[in-house]
Design a protein around this ligand. Structure first.
Ligand code: NAI
Ligand code: MG
Length: 330
């Protein structure tokens, strides 16, 4: 039986995780192991990511994560999820965006994905302050750029996409994004069957609002990917609906794109879609393809029947929507 480490985290994390586990248990047999991380853990133990959690993550077949609160005002506070992605070398963050039925959105039938480099770039964690100046080091490596580009092209191939867009700002960040672009183009040459374009990040931010149907797979560096994926979630119904997977050579972690949404904690109103679809991505990863498709279809059916939460125009509670999804799983 596959071993799944689950980390509920803070805010809406505990309730959404309980729902996701229940949905998974109704269609697949997995062994759950509980891991602690986040702000509540920090308050209890003085660390956001205990060694025991990292160890358990390394011993699991996959990790299901909800979200952690990261208070901006504590000096040297490390985000547990950023640290975990680094510890496990989860270099590829995959965020698929698909239109769901009955959600009021500006464009019908979108289906595209963002592949974001997850371990370097602007989030390398190298910052310093010298008096009234502060510096961040943006690390880009050939190895990191090639492996994220390869991940994007392999994903495109597997999913039947015919185009990959390399997103960068090499006209200004000439050395760092120059290297990223050069490395990604080199990888693209090995996939003649997939069209490759490259585009500047600011123009892509505009095109995502104006004509998002132009995109199939976007591959980009850490900060740009973070921003473009929050923007993209608005095209399919907001932060509550978007799932993601973080993949490395050995490990994989699945989590909704949204954060801990503290204002919704304990209110039974948070949208469970991002969490449930992340669980579906996890099932696919551990070889439970049928269960994965079943769970995805059940969530889509909730939208077809409009048993959905308020953020996407429905009136169901979190538990009401999950109840419906689980009943559809049979
Ligand atoms: P957030 O994603 O938690 O919430 C932003 C807004 O999006 C919410 O106010 C709400 O309107 C909407 N939203 C988010 N999740 C939703 C859901 N499931 N259903 C319906 N609406 C939802 O981002 P925010 O407010 O910037 O950050 C809150 C905390 O979460 C912070 O401490 C932040 O550091 C942390 N965070 C953690 C992440 C992670 O663990 N991966 C990612 C992003 C933020
Ligand atoms: Mg984000």
């Amino acid at each position: 039986m596959k071993k799944i480490l689950y980390i509920e985290g803070d805010g809406v994390g505990p309730e959404l995780m309980a729902h996701a586990r229940r949905a998974v248990d109704s269609i697949a047999k997995v062994e759950w192991v509980r891991g602690e991380a986040g702000f509540a853990t920090f308050q209890k133990t003085g660390t956001t990511l205990p060694d025991a959690t990292v160890q358990a993550a390394k011993e699991s077949d996959a990790i299901l994560f909800c979200a952690v609160t990261t208070p901006p005002n504590i000096l040297n506070y490390k985000s547990a999820i950023v640290a975990l992605r680094k510890e496990l070398d989860l270099y590829a963050n995959l965020r698929p965006f698909c239109t769901l039925p009955n959600v009021p959105v500006p464009f019908p039938a979108l289906n595209f994905a963002i592949v974001r480099e997850n371990t370097e770039g602007m989030y390398s964690g190298i910052e310093k302050r010298e008096g009234d100046s502060a510096f961040a080091t943006r690390v880009i490596t050939k190895k990191g750029s090639e492996r994220i580009a390869r991940f994007a092209f392999e994903y495109a191939k597997r999913q039947g996409f015919s185009k990959v867009t390399i997103v960068h700002k090499a006209n200004v960040l000439r050395l760092t994004d120059g290297l990223f672009l050069e490395a990604a183009r080199g990888v693209a040459a090995g996939y003649p069957e997939i069209a490759c374009e490259d585009a500047l990040v600011d123009s892509v931010a505009m095109r995502l609002v104006k004509s998002p149907q132009e995109f199939q797979v976007i591959v980009t560096t850490n900060l740009f990917g973070d921003i473009l994926s929050d923007e993209s979630s608005a095209l399919v119904g907001g932060l509550g609906v978007a799932p993601s997977g973080n993949y490395g050579g050995k490990h994989a972690l699945f989590e909704p794109v949204h954060g801990s949404a503290p204002k919704y904690a304990g209110k039974n109103v948070a949208n469970p879609t991002g969490m449930l679809l992340s669980a579906a991505m996890m099932l696919a990863h551990i070889g439970e393809k049928e269960a994965s498709e079943k769970l995805t279809r059940a969530v889509q059916e909730c939208y077809s029947q409009k048993i959905i939460t308020r953020d996407v125009g429905g009136s169901a509670s979190t538990s009401g929507m999950v109840e419906k999804a689980v009943s559809l799983l049979g």
